[in-house]
Design a protein around this ligand. Structure first.
Ligand SMILES: Nc1nc2c(ncn2[C@@H]2O[C@H](COP(=O)(O)OP(=O)(O)OP(=O)(O)O)[C@@H](O)[C@H]2O)c(=O)[nH]1
Ligand SMILES: [Mg+2]
Length: 431
C-alpha cells in the first residue's frame, strides 16, 4: 500500500495524525492566479494541519506535466532541495492525478500530498459532530474511490477480507464494493440527521423567525462576529477551518425583532469537489436563510479573489437571489483597505468583529432589509384576534397599537403571509 493511502486511511479509521512534518510546497505557475499568494494560503493550511513548511518551489509552465505535475528537470532540482533541507514530504498546490502522485512518490521517495488531501486531513481532525465526521469520511471515500481505478489498492481495513469477497471478484472489485457499501451506509445516516434538521427548519419557517446566514472565506471572522453579537462561545482562531458545523443563535435587533444567526463553514480556493457535497448539507442553512451576511477579511491582500470564490461556491450550492449584506471585517487592522466594492451586495459596511465597530450599522441594515421583505399593514383587528396580535409581535414589527371601541387598531410590518389582513397593503413600504 502506498504512503498516500496510509495517510488517508489513518484519518478515516482512527483519526490519528499522519507523520507529515517537514514539507516543501510545490506549485506550477500557469499565470492564471497569484501563485505566491496561493502558497501563502497553503502554508496556513500546513500550519493548521500541524506540519512545518521548510521551503517552496515554483515552476512557471503553460500547463501541468501530465505524468509528474512539474517538469523532469525541476524534479531533479526538487530532489536536491529535499535532501538539503531534510524534508519529509512535499505538498502540491493543485490536486494531483493518481498517476502524478504515484510517479512523484516513486521518484522522490518521500511522502507526496496534494492540496485536496491536506484539506481533507484538516477536516478529519476538526470534525467533532456526528454529521461532520460522516461528511468528511464520505469525502475521503469518494476521493479514494476515484484513485482506486488506477491502482489495485488493498482496503481490508474497511472491513473486507475473508468472507466478504463474492465469487469471482478481483481484489479491486471487492475494494470498490466495500467502499460503495460504506458510502451507501453513511449517506443514509446523513439523511437521517439532515431530515431532523429540516424539521427544525420547517418549525422556524412556520414561526417565521427570520434566518440570517453568516458566510465567507475561511478565517474572515464569521465566528468572531457571531460571538461578539450573541456571546455564542464558538471557537474562533487564526487557523483555517476553525468552524465545520453550523451554529445558530438567536439575536434581538434594536427594534425588538428576533432573528436567528447561523455561522457556517468557511470557503476556500480550489475547494476539493468531494467536499462540495459535504458543504451542501451544512449550507442548507444558507439556502433557506432570508438574508446572507458575507464576511470579508479586508486586511487580506487576496480579498477580491476570496470574495469571488465565495460567490462561485454559493452559486454552485444554488444559494442565489437573496439579499446580501457584505461586511469588510478587521477594519481595525492597519492593512485593512478602506475602499471596497461588491457588485452582489445590497449593502456594504466596514466592521471590526473584535472591537464592535460598525455593528450598530449592521443591525440597522438587517432591519431595513427585513422591512423591504415585509408588508406594511394598517388594520383594526377584532378583540377576539388576540392570538394574531401575538403572532405579529413574534414575527413582525408592531409600529402602532391602539385599543379602540371598534377593535385594536394596529400598524405593523408583517411577513408577506399575513399581508391578507390589510387588503390595501403595500409590500416593502415602511413610512
Ligand atoms: N484584528 C481583528 N481580528 C479579527 C477580527 N475578526 C476576526 N479576527 C481574527 O481572525 C481570526 C479568524 O476568526 P474566526 O472568527 O475564527 O474566522 P472564521 O471566519 O469563523 O473562520 P473559519 O471558521 O476558519 O472559516 C481569529 O484569529 C480572530 O481573532 C477583527 O475584526 N479584527
Ligand atoms: Mg469559524
Amino acid at each position: 500500500m502506498s504512503q498516500k493511502n496510509d495517510f488517508i486511511s489513518n484519518k478515516t479509521m482512527n483519526n490519528e495524525r499522519a507523520p507529515l512534518e517537514r514539507v516543501i510546497l510545490v506549485a506550477v505557475d500557469t499565470g492564471k492566479e497569484d501563485t505566491e499568494l496561493s502558497l501563502d494560503e497553503l502554508t496556513q493550511l500546513v500550519d493548521t494541519a500541524g506540519a512545518t513548511v521548510v521551503g517552496r518551489m515554483v515552476q512557471p509552465r503553460d500547463s501541468f506535466n501530465p505524468a509528474t505535475y512539474i517538469g523532469k528537470g525541476k524534479i531533479e532540482e526538487l530532489q536536491l532541495f529535499i535532501n538539503t533541507v531534510q524534508a519529509t514530504g512535499i505538498i502540491t498546490d493543485d490536486e494531483l492525478t493518481p498517476a502524478q502522485m504515484k510517479n512523484l512518490e516513486d521518484i522522490l521517495d518521500v511522502k507526496v500530498c496534494d492540496r485536496t488531501m491536506l484539506i481533507l486531513d484538516i477536516f478529519a481532525t476538526r470534525a467533532t459532530s456526528k454529521e461532520g465526521k460522516i461528511q468528511v469520511e464520505l469525502a475521503m471515500l469518494r476521493y479514494e474511490m476515484t484513485r482506486l481505478a488506477g491502482h489495485g489498492v488493498a482496503l481490508s481495513r474497511l472491513g473486507g477480507g475473508i468472507g466478504t469477497r463474492g465469487p469471482g471478484e478481483t481484489k479491486l472489485e471487492t475494494d470498490k464494493r466495500v467502499i460503495r457499501g460504506r458510502i451507501t451506509h453513511l449517506k443514509s445516516e446523513l439523511n437521517n440527521i439532515v431530515s431532523h434538521r429540516n424539521l427544525t427548519r420547517e418549525k422556524r419557517i412556520k414561526n417565521s423567525v427570520p434566518v440570517i446566514a453568516i458566510v465567507g472565506y475561511t478565517n474572515a471572522g464569521k465566528s468572531t462576529l457571531l460571538n461578539t453579537l450573541t456571546n455564542a462561545g464558538i471557537l474562533s482562531e487564526d487557523k483555517l477551518f476553525a468552524t465545520l458545523d453550523p451554529t445558530t443563535r438567536s439575536y434581538s435587533l434594536s427594534n425588538g425583532t428576533g432573528v436567528l444567526l447561523t455561522d457556517t463553514v468557511g470557503f476556500i480556493n480550489k475547494l476539493p469537489h468531494h467536499l462540495i457535497d459535504a458543504f451542501r448539507s451544512t449550507l442548507e442553512e444558507a439556502k433557506y436563510a432570508d438574508i446572507i451576511v458575507h464576511v470579508v477579511d479586508a486586511s487580506n491582500p487576496n480579498r477580491d479573489a476570496q470574495m469571488q470564490v465565495v460567490y462561485d461556491t454559493l452559486n454552485k450550492l444554488n444559494v442565489i437571489g437573496k439579499p446580501i449584506i457584505t461586511l469588510f471585517n478587521k477594519c481595525d487592522l492597519p492593512d485593512s483597505e478602506p475602499v471596497h466594492r461588491d457588485a452582489y451586495a445590497s449593502k456594504i459596511i466596514d466592521i471590526s468583529a473584535v472591537t464592535g465597530q460598525g455593528l450598530d450599522e449592521l443591525g440597522k441594515a438587517i432591519i431595513d432589509t427585513l422591512r423591504s421583505m415585509r408588508t406594511l399593514i394598517d388594520v383594526t383587528l377584532s378583540y377576539s384576534d388576540g392570538a394574531l396580535l401575538q403572532d405579529i409581535r413574534t414575527c413582525g414589527e408592531l409600529l402602532l397599537e391602539e385599543y379602540l371601541e371598534s377593535g385594536i387598531h394596529i400598524k405593523a410590518q408583517v411577513p408577506n403571509r399575513l399581508a391578507y389582513l390589510d387588503t390595501s397593503a403595500r409590500k416593502g413600504d415602511f413610512d
